[in-house]
Design a protein around this ligand. Structure first.
Ligand SMILES: [Zn+2]
Length: 351
């Protein structure tokens, strides 16, 4: 049942740590078993109550941010620790207005710094000191101190395409992509540059993997042609310049752009259940990237029951998923029991 077992020179499989296993799996190297973790948001209300680290406070306090992240590793068995819980940290530092949400609702962008014109916009020299960026970097350091060197830390963030859209508003993003391509490209370039700086700061702080979620890059919003022409070069630049293993998460049914995603230079592609077949997706991607996912967050992990979670997780493993994970951000009301069920399914699969 070992996947990718190499014929010779196989290292002692028992030597894997959670970190080396996840990194090997993402890099397409042989592993003893498929890792199970979440590369998308992990905050759930049950754990907020259990450890006393509720939203929205844990979006801002490094101690609470670390505490909640650790809880969904220590108490659920997920094999990585991931921070933070939103897609607003970088864009806030770049000038967006944020509504911090509630205990079960994520922060959201409510105001955009460049809705009409992006000419002359620059990255603030003190970017890494702004907003909640210092809190995220501190949280990563706290987590590292608590888990030691052998547990992987996933630094999550909004991807460059979503950053660009947040800077100028979705409306301008759509309009400029057709009518003002020069401004559109300026926004994308500024966003990409800022994203690289922030990602590398997280790596410097101790993140082993950078996982970007880029919902605005979804075929639901941008055409496959636009993806290829405008988005792919920026995503390639991002992955090439970030000093860690990287994962690209795009929401929705990404089949129309999956081939292009595989050429973006990310080790992992995180996808939802909406892609349909894991096997087909793996065929399209080939050896260019590894597939992460794709247990439905809203339709399986949130409602359960555990039998369904168990069956879908084992099916994903049988179909060759490289990292077993939720298909998108874990819904805050998801019971801990359901996350444990996904981990247990992986353990049973290899038992
Ligand atoms: Zn998603």
């Amino acid at each position: 049942m070992y996947k990718n077992r190499s014929k010779k020179g196989m290292t002692d499989m028992s030597e894997f740590t959670l970190k080396t296993r996840l990194l090997a799996a993402l890099e397409g190297k042989p592993v003893d078993k498929t890792p199970v973790c979440s590369v998308t948001q992990t905050g759930i209300v049950e754990l907020m109550d259990e450890v006393g680290a509720p939203w929205p406070e844990s979006h801002t306090s490094p101690e609470l941010m670390a505490k909640l992240a650790l809880a969904n590793h220590e108490l659920s068995g997920l094999e990585a620790v991931r921070v933070p819980y939103c897609l607003t940290v970088l864009v806030e530092a770049m000038g967006c207005e944020i509504n911090m949400g509630t205990k079960n609702r994520q922060p959201s962008v409510t105001g955009h710094p460049y809705p009409k014109e992006i000419e002359g916009a620059t990255i603030p020299a003190d970017l890494l000191q702004r907003g909640r960026i210092p809190a995220v970097l501190e949280a990563i350091k706290i987590v590292r101190e608590k888990v030691g060197p052998d547990v992987p830390i996933v630094g999550g963030m909004e991807g460059p395409i979503t950053v660009a859209s947040d800077l100028i508003s979705v409306k301008s993003f759509m309009k400029w992509s057709i009518k003002k391509p020069e401004l559109f490209e300026q926004a994308l370039d500024l966003a990409t540059e800022a994203s690289i700086i922030y990602a590398n700061a997280m790596v410097e702080a101790g993140a082993d993997v950078i996982a970007i979620a880029d919902p605005v890059a979804s075929p639901d919003l941008m055409s496959p042609d636009s993806f290829k022409q405008y988005l792919q070069p920026r995503l390639q630049k991002f992955s090439a310049n970030v000093n860690s293993v990287t994962i690209l998460h795009i929401c929705g049914n990404v089949n129309a752009v999956l081939d292009y995603m595989a050429d973006c230079g990310f080790e992992g592609l995180s996808v939802e259940e909406k892609i349909g077949s894991v096997k087909k997706a793996k065929e399209i991607i080939g050896t260019r990237a590894r597939l992460v996912g794709n247990i439905s967050s809203p339709f399986t992990l949130l409602p359960g029951p555990v039998d369904k979670i168990n069956a879908e997780a084992k099916q994903a493993l049988a179909d060759g998923i490289d990292v077993l994970a939720p298909g998108c951000g874990i819904a805050p009301m998801t019971p801990l029991e359901n996350i444990k069920a996904m981990v247990a399914a992986r353990d049973e699969y290899y038992a």
